[in-house]
Design a protein around this ligand. Sequence first.
Ligand SMILES: O=S(=O)(CCO)c1ccc(-c2ccc(C3CCCC3)c([C@@H]3C[C@@H]3c3ccccn3)c2)cc1
Length: 240
Amino acid sequence: ATNHRLWPEIERMVEAQVMMAKMGIGECGSGWQLFAEDGEMKMYRREEEVDGMVVDPLKAVHVVKGITGHEVCHHFFSPQYRYDWETTLEHMTVLETISDDTLVFLQTHKRIWPASQRDGLFWSHIRKLPNEKDRDGPDIWTVVNNSTDHPDYPPNNGKCVRVFLTVCLLCQTTVDPPKEGMPLTRDNLSCKITYCSVVNPGGWAPASVLRAVYKREYPKFLKRFTAYVKNQTQSKPIMF
Ligand SMILES: O=S(=O)(CCO)c1ccc(-c2ccc(C3CCCC3)c([C@@H]3C[C@@H]3c3ccccn3)c2)cc1
């Protein structure tokens, strides 16, 4: 729905986030440090603080066989799967359904001692993008999540401190064609996933605790989420 109050912001954020996600780590500016590696998954972060709070930008790249970018983005965007893969989630509500590709979420995350509990209120938008490199190749799919306001849920008015986040999941599918006359199967699929996130904790939390949480939770999240998508799709028809 292009006539919604958030549309101009969504357009701007999607364009900016997709451009950043497409850039290699080298081009993304200096200061990225590899902090986790597991097979094809590589996680980088930059150590940044705003008003003494850790807001370390994170960029992860991963290559997963047997799934498509559409399937990855569909399972990331759709609320009905979220409790299955998002382990730090305590509660999730869809506050607004702006259109079938744009939702507004309110989420509370499990408390991380000794910091106070956090919640996040953000719009989430899923979009297919043309594959510029290979016109007749599979499309690129992306989901962008960005903090927003909602009149009924002002920040920090209850037990939770409101985090401010911007997240981009960008997926590029590669099809390795089967032998002449052989059917296309999931063995011919590979998906390059780029996950970028900046989470401002919204209020004081010990830097050492936050960095330890990020170091533990982000690799776990991406591995768990991608394994979940493989598991959910393995016996289903391919969704391009
Ligand atoms: O990609 S998403 O949009 C997927 C939808 O859920 C998303 C990802 C992460 C968060 C998030 C929000 C707050 C916090 C902290 C900050 C201070 C205390 C709680 C964390 C901590 C880092 C840990 C974390 C890392 C990865 C996954 C989940 N948890 C993460 C929110 C949304």
